[in-house]
Design a protein around this ligand. Sequence first.
Ligand SMILES: *Cc1c(COP(=O)(O)O)cnc(C)c1O
Length: 383
Amino acid sequence: MPIKPHRKRISLATRAVRAASALYGDERSIAPPIFLSTTFERDPEGEYSGGFIYSREDNPNRRQLEHALTDLEDGADAAAFASGSAAAMTLFQALRPGDHVVVAEDSYYSIRVMLDEVFVPWGLSVTYADCADLNAVEAALAPETRLVFIETPSNPLLRITDITGVAALAHAAGAIVACDNTLPTPVLQQPLAHGADLVVHATTKYLAGNHDVMGGALVTARADDFWKRVRAQQKLCGAIPSPFASWLTLRGITSLVQRVRWQNESALALAEFLATHPAVREVLHPGLPTHPGHALAAQQSSGSGGLFSFRVNGDADDTLRVAARLRLFRRATSFGGPDSLVEHRASVEGTASKTPGDLLRLAAGLEDAGDLIADLQQALDAG
Ligand SMILES: *Cc1c(COP(=O)(O)O)cnc(C)c1O
């Protein structure tokens, strides 16, 4: 599929700010109001001329967030959810029992558990494939395949999947492609422009950007029949964000471009430092020329974001000790906020984890990169 020309006239940073300026209400406030009302009044004639009926179906704050998400990903429409997991759930629910999905084998851990524990019993059949290898994707496709679910770069192994290549194979087989774009965000990668049909987000991470609100999103390239099913699931099953969560996420979006660029640069500087340290076995960052996906990543994105991983020269206990010695990186799961975080993924993922025990995942926050490097240096030197 050819790459779509950039048809927007104004840049992403400008669109991100404008998306959050008040759309509803005539009080002319600069920051949008929060519409807590669950219900909206009918006209005497029976119409809903305000455009809203009941907040499970639609709400001004959610609609404004969905509008912003559509704009940022250059899609046809977007649906916002209570979490990234709820967005993925709704995507799978819009399929039908008997459908087959191909899922990247190193895609986000709890989405794989959701498939195994909820959607396989519900009737989906799932094949996990190494989506970084197009031959493996092709081999996994079956006549019943409706969806290929990829994540690039993947979390926490930072493997790179060829979006255009997967889309060509999937489309030839009659399937659609959903790409989890949580890590790079639309600032660094726009999967719809590379042939993906849907984008999945955990807005909990970079889009909201402050470690204080959960959320998820699906953005579609086309408002087609499948999308109508997604919308119906959202309305009927109600996995929606609250007005306040929508408002907080939208507020985060206003500074998305600046935060992601900063965190992307910091993470690369940290990765370059770690690659030179003798206590480090390997750095998993697509920005490094040694990374197997480096060239492909440079072709389809302008960075991987603030998240990457590295492997310590030692066993799981040595690795946990490195994490314990860090002072600026706080030991917590998640990423995308102002605080830099470190996580031993193998401990947090369950028995189905594919993450090595010597791996630490780092999320660069908004601190100074020099300070973060000094912190890593003292933690590794002390080993
Ligand atoms: C966090 C995350 C999710 C799940 O999102 P939640 O908001 O935690 O439910 C999905 N995909 C990726 C890549 C994530 O990082």
